[in-house]
Design a protein around this ligand. Structure first.
Ligand code: IMP
Ligand code: MG
Length: 178
């Protein structure tokens, strides 16, 4: 599908499933070659579920683990600027090498909240991997270690990303049509 309608808005294709697969494969390779030992991936739900699943299939590091955390800061197509922790980690992460898996980093408010939660636990190392990054919207100083693709400050959906909870099932990534 070249365009999709979600709620009252039209979206047009932006990043195809083929391009996504190439990006994810290349990110997995970078992590595989980073020398990290016994990594614990922390996937940020809901948006990261598809990305997390695809990247994990390409990780070849021994003793790789994954866990999930759920946060939200979005309502409609704009950040509310408020982050609510919905589901905590429920796992001992002390002395672990953590790699956060995010679908998209926009203002960075969510990322900052996650980092502050995880840093309390005396982790051994903390890296951040995001499929998409909006440099023009980013307001934080936290370095992002692995970036799949930097995109303009436009609203996108699909491949896990939602517009008011729908569109997550789309295999391609779409952007809001002007
Ligand atoms: P931030 O806290 O502003 O960086 O926003 C991070 C979260 O907002 C992401 O994990 C997404 O869930 C959501 N988000 C940001 N930009 C978009 C977008 O373009 N489409 C859908 N969700 C988005
Ligand atoms: Mg998200």
């Amino acid at each position: 599908m070249k365009t999709v309608k979600l709620h009252n808005k039209e979206f047009e294709i932006f990043i195809t499933d083929t391009e996504i697969a190439e990006i994810v494969y290349s990110m997995a390779n970078q992590i595989n070659n980073s020398g990290v030992k016994d990594p614990l991936f922390i996937s940020v739900l809901n948006g990261s579920f598809m990305f997390s699943s695809d990247i994990m299939k390409n990780i070849t590091i021994p003793n790789t683990e994954i866990s999930f955390i759920k946060l939200s800061s979005y309502s409609g197509t704009e950040s509310t600027g408020e982050v609510n922790e919905l589901i905590g980690l429920g796992k001992d992460i002390k002395n672990r090498n953590i790699i956060i898996l995010e679908d998209i980093i926009d203002t960075g408010i969510t990322l900052e909240k996650i980092i502050s939660l995880l840093k309390k636990e005396e982790v051994a190392s903390l890296k951040v991997a995001t499929l998409l990054y909006k440099p023009d919207a980013y307001t934080k100083e936290i370095p992002i270690d692995y970036i799949g693709k930097s995109i303009p400050n436009k609203f996108v959906v699909g491949y896990g990303l939602d517009y008011d909870e729908i569109g997550r099932n789309l295999p391609h990534i779409y952007k809001l049509k002007k």
